[in-house]
Design a protein around this ligand. Structure first.
Ligand SMILES: NC(=O)c1ccc[n+]([C@@H]2O[C@H](COP(=O)([O-])OP(=O)(O)OC[C@H]3O[C@@H](n4cnc5c(N)ncnc54)[C@H](OP(=O)(O)O)[C@@H]3O)[C@@H](O)[C@H]2O)c1
Length: 266
């Protein structure tokens, strides 16, 4: 909070809500946006949503949740969730226990955003958590035009993950894209795939470039940063406050990865 962060994302499944609640106790609640997620895979029912939200409120030490997300929704489960569970989310919003209804996609298994393609036409989400990064920019064509048209707020996950924070994972991801024909090897230096970004911009690292790439994407509202390292957190806050990468570099990244959809950056 002191460093300027006002958005916290957690989840029932992470078992971190109580820690977040403890950390935020005494902070000015109206200056914070708290997002948490309801798991549904093992078991779900309207009663479990009601008891789940009460537990989350208690653990977070608050009387409302800003964004209550359905966690990691698979396309196959969406019709059931829409018919049986989302009406309860809407009631909770009317009651003021949650402010906005959110969804996070299962990016690893749903790299082409099928669940969002199926569900966005129903216009039930206020907020969507979407996988997007330099290596998989598919949401730009498939999803962001629709979220913008429907005024659905977008949180980005996977901005960095492992492939953009570990050089050997980046090479492996690029090799995979080449092997499935989604990246032209003539357009990239396999030994140092994103070296040109550091040469042609003021980016201090690939991680810095990766957060800034997402931050200025039209249709994006929040870029999440996941870290367990205080120095990384401080660096990432600084990255998210820096200006966009030079337009030429952004266009090059858009061009090189224009057909890339096979990797998440994991
Ligand atoms: N389906 C879902 O609902 C779902 C799935 C995945 C993630 N999420 C959400 O997405 C949010 C963001 O998580 P993410 O994993 O996508 O975050 P991310 O910011 O893309 O990646 C985090 C990874 O990058 C590393 N990293 C971060 N900053 C770094 C730095 N400055 N230098 C080097 N390495 C750095 C972290 O390791 P260190 O800890 O070492 O910094 C971690 O391995 C979370 O709030 C999570 O809830 C949701």
């Amino acid at each position: 909070m002191e460093a300027g962060v006002n958005f916290i994302d957690t989840a029932e499944a992470y078992h971190t809500e109580a820690l977040v609640g403890k950390a935020l106790a005494g902070m000015k609640r109206d200056q914070l946006v708290i997002s948490t997620k309801k798991s549904y895979r093992k078991e779900i029912s309207p009663a479990l949503v009601r008891s789940g939200v009460e537990t989350s409120l208690q653990q977070l030490q608050t009387d409302y949740i800003d964004i209550y997300n359905l966690h990691g929704v698979a396309a196959a489960d969406y019709p059931m969730l829409r018919d049986e569970i989302l009406p309860v989310f809407a009631q909770l919003r009317t009651e003021g226990k949650i402010r906005f209804i959110g969804v996070s996609e299962m990016f690893g298994e749903d790299k082409a955003h099928q669940m969002l393609l199926d569900s966005l036409p129903d216009d039930l989400w206020d907020v969507a958590m979407i996988g997007f990064n330099i290596l998989n920019q598919t949401a730009r064509q498939q999803i962001f035009p629709q979220t913008m048209a429907q005024n659905v707020a977008v949180q980005i996950m996977f901005a960095v993950r492992r492939a953009l924070s570990q050089p050997e994972k980046l090479v492996a991801a690029v090799q995979e894209l080449i092997s499935v024909g989604q990246l032209d090897p003539a357009e990239i230096d396999l030994a140092n795939p994103l070296g040109f970004v550091l040469e042609e911009s003021d980016a201090s690292s690939i991680v810095d470039a990766a957060y800034r790439f997402c931050r200025y994407e039209p249709g994006v509202h929040v870029v999440l940063s996941g870290t367990g390292d205080l120095a990384h957190l401080q660096a990432n806050i600084a990255s998210l406050c820096r200006p966009p990468l030079p337009e030429g570099v952004v266009q090059k990244l858009r061009h090189i990865f224009r057909n890339a959809s096979a990797v998440t950056g994991q």
